[in-house]
Design a protein. Sequence first.
Length: 626
Amino acid sequence: MKTITKILLSLSVAGILTSCDAGKNQENGNGELSVIPQPVNIKISTGSFEIKNHTTVYCKSDSLVNAGKYLSQQLGGLEIKSGSGGGINLIIADEEVNGIGSEGYKLNITNRRIDIIANEPAGIFYGIQTLLQMLPPVILNSSGQDYSLGEVSCSEIEDYPRFKWRGLLLDVSRHFFTIDEVKELIDQMAAYKFNILQLHLTDDQGWRIEIKSMPELTDTGAWRVPRTGLWWDREPPKDGEKATYGGFYTQEEIKDLVKYAAERYVNILPEIEAPGHSLAAIASYPYLSSSGKEYKVNPGSKFYGIEDNSLCPGKETTFEYLDKVFSEVAELFPFEYIHIGGDECYKGFWEKCSDCRARAKENGLKDMKELQSYFVKRLEKILESKGKKLIGWDEILEGGLAPNAAVMSWRGMEGGIAAAKAQHKVVMSPFSHAYIDFYQGDPAVEPPTYAMLRLNKVYTFEPVPEGVDSSYILGGQGNLWTESVPSFRHAEYMLWPRSFALSEVFWSPANSRDWPGFVRRTEYNLKRLNQKDINYSTSFYDAIIEPSKDEKGNLLIQLDTEIDGLDIYYTFDNTLPDHHSQLYIKGDKLTIPADADTFRVITYRDGKAIGKLIAVPVTDLVKRVQ
């Protein structure tokens, strides 16, 4: 744990500690609180309440002791008492507060006391998150026995979530993250009112959960040969090469993680991929595939359609395997759903498999899509026998949806729309707005990945399409696939601030969406991430390069920015641009000098560089419009 002195020193060196950090958090200069996600109703009045190191946290009922301990810990160890008084009061309402549900709260701040009132402890917890964000991101005046933790504006806040499902996915199969790192993510999620963490525990590149009845799943499936090159361009395993990269979670670690998450009102949704994306399982038990061949756990090399990574639905032993795995998984995770994947299932080996063809004939199935539907329906019955509900990616719609399955729509909104119209529950997670493993700035200065998803586009995500009954939309989820995310530090870079946008999409009313206000609140909350040494991207400050061609085929360049108030400077002459270089005029289309080889651009605000320097060879710009 960093000391206050260390925090202040690190922020001062970084140039972040300013006079506005002292005292109360601000209304960020625009009469608004710098809270993410934006609360439903806010009324700010004059005055403030100063929280000091001797302020008391009062818990009016025993059910709130854990919340009181959490708040005390966040504020450096405040005293906790039962009852109520002139400090911070945590209160379960004697009579139900209408309109706020089980996760909503009321936060009333006067110059004499703070009251957080809710119907359920979850609401108290979320009210605490709002209060913590209302404090300044830097603790000042820490010398002596009596010091201030900051002031919060007198205000009345009523708040509750728009959706019950506010999720993030962490792919721990492609790259393994430790239990402590996952706990750190849970802490970050809780601060911004996410309540579901989907752990992608199994895939072609690794099996990450101990299954005691099938030990080879981790003895073999949790490990692969080490590789560091670009994903899908990596060299396949060599004969005799040792598999040393990977890891897995023991069942005791999972139990501890589930408890840790529950204390922060985060449910963990386990994902066990089936029938596709199962090469790690097949490498462990070759009889699970249609081919029956022996394979290695994939290290990120090309294999799709070459090696058999789909479980065989024709063999009864496959369903015996599934029953064993999900029996143990169901015992470990109390959440009502288990995710079975179901996406991108290659069926070429099924078509050649006599067992699969026999299964299809016996059940009157006309094609392999219907065979996959048969597989999913049987898997749903296995899960229901263990008291769980099935959720899968939208491919589980193909060939007929299992009777009670929920759908997570990733290939767009269409799968979710179809499922909702068929009266199935839906979580919207389209790659167009929710795949936070994509680029968030110009690919010339971003780590390589599949496609572009900027912060401002995430903020436009609307989980309820027109014409769809919103009662079937559970909510939404952002997904961090980790093919190109080898470390937790980089995972944070990909998550923030785009997950700020997702938190607001999932929690706040749709009609409260305000991009300029969100940007202001984002910039303020980035100071909090600095304080906690959480990594994040600043790509939303970067210039946007939009090459095109005129009717004669000449290359043109238009520039833009995600946020207002930035100046753009550029060069074609191989010098580094700064505020003395050519200033871009909004709307202009730049022509490229005949002998120019590299275009460089940078953004400034208030006379200081703020965006990254972007340098792109002209030949690369030509490729972008071909």
